[in-house]
Design a protein around this ligand. Sequence first.
Ligand code: SAH
Length: 448
Amino acid sequence: MKKNEIVEVEITDLSYEAMGVGHVNGETVFVNNALPGEVVKAQILKDKKSYAFARISEIVKESPDRVKVPLRQYVQTGLTSLAHLKYDKQLEFKQKQVKELLSKAHLDQIKVAETLPSPLETGYRNKAQVPVRMVKGQLEIGFFRRHSHDLVPLEDFFTNDPEIDRVLLAVRDILREKRIPAYDEEKHQGQVRYLEVRRGTATGDMMVVLVCLDRDFPGLHAVVDEIKEIAGVKSIFLNHNPKRTNVILGEHDYHLWGKRYIDDKIGDLTFEISPQSFFQINSLQTPRLYKLAIDQAGLTKDDLIVDAYSGIGTIGLSAAKYVKEVRGVEVVKAAVKDAKNNARLNQIHNAKYYAGKAEELMPKWAAEGLKTDVIFVDPPRKGLTKEFIDAAVKTGPKKVVYISCNPATLVRDMQLLMEAGYTTDLVSPVDMFPQTPHVECVTVLTKE
Ligand code: SAH
């Protein structure tokens, strides 16, 4: 197949990145925005010999599961790359993905529950990080076109809390009015690279973080004076990111105005969140995710539990009242500070949080002879390490509660835990990220 050639293809599957999958003369074609059961005319964008990428030029036969995506920009950017699929089918797609991964690992005996739907299907995100660029001479916010760094301007981000979109647009207008230059990636000049806005769903408090090339620049103070007048904004920071990099945030945050934290609630607990701390982005679904994990953990008043990859301590602190002691570990120092602070704030006296890498601290604890009853893990996409698992097992927990944002590494790690004598018969997907292909899961492994 040649670039720009149009081929007719029947879509037979959906890839984990939510691309329609079809075959033409024995070659696999990934078609953006196409659904299983559809026949489409597809324009080839890239041919990699054994597979090709394409986009729809015409739908010949449409799937009954297709819904209209409100803006074509969502399709161009991949901001919400599953938005063209009916919501109940998105949930099935996520369940099926987990089933397939288990099946490939010969673990078909483990059941996969139906995906727990999100209370909100759009407007659920409590945090946005959006790039800022000049487009046709005007400062714009938006999202990058797929596989590129061309900004597609947007005013409605679809999955953000609408209050966050309101603040993003207000800040954009202030930057325009004060003629602040947006960052230019090629020249590595200009100022504002990204805007981050976070909102405490329970409190309505909002934090604005301006991610900038320099720590200070002409007009910054005038901008801050206006941002603080936007309704709901309680905190303003500048994040200094001077490097040539695709990484969004730099290392240092400078407090510019207002509170240093925003508050949110999970269940009856209050949490203070600082700029670089991880906080689950779907506020209404998070307590349901944690409940699923904690209910199955079989906690007792004599238990010592570990909250590994703890962020600001949300899981451990939610479980603290059921157990004797909580020990948390987290690599981001600011998050550990938040976790300790959050324990105090909620008058929880049986939880201790430590800064460090889980794969380093766990072996240290195991060597010191620590005995644990239940270990909660909630690692980033790359999952756990062998060192962590070996050490965790050594501390003798009766259960390992695994919260995962990547089913592929979950299944890999489950296999290691099973070799060490732990078993499970259920994995429960939870939809934390509607309109996107991301899958969150909970499973509880019990010592045989
Ligand atoms: N359990 C928390 C956070 C989960 S996100 C919650 O539900 O909100 C995963 C967390 O793991 C992030 O806070 C990240 O900073 C942290 N992390 C990443 N790598 C780590 C490592 N090697 N050791 C410890 N923590 C790590």
